[in-house]
Design a binder for this molecule. Structure first.
Ligand code: ZN
Length: 78
């Protein structure tokens, strides 16, 4: 398993980030949602929702959420 690495929060610079995961029901289907949350300033980003294959690719959803978070501050400097 690869280790998940977060970039520091673009708002407060904190490294206290966590991956928030939850299962939800969406139109009679089960979905899996992952997003990144800053414990310091409560910023949130990288939300990924997977409606099609809720459980099989859970790790991919989590990785995608991390990737989106990590990409965000690069995008904002554009
Ligand atoms: Zn923060």
């Amino acid at each position: 398993m690869s280790e998940i690495k977060f970039k520091p929060c673009p708002f407060c610079g904190s490294n206290k980030l966590k991956l928030v995961k939850k299962k939800i029901n969406y139109k009679d289907k089960k979905a899996y949602v992952a997003s990144i949350r800053c414990n310091c300033c409560n910023a949130r980003g990288g939300t990924v929702i997977n409606l099609t294959i809720p459980y099989a690719i859970k790790e991919d959803v989590e990785q995608e959420a991390v990737d989106r978070w990590n990409r965000r501050d690069e995008n904002e400097t554009d």
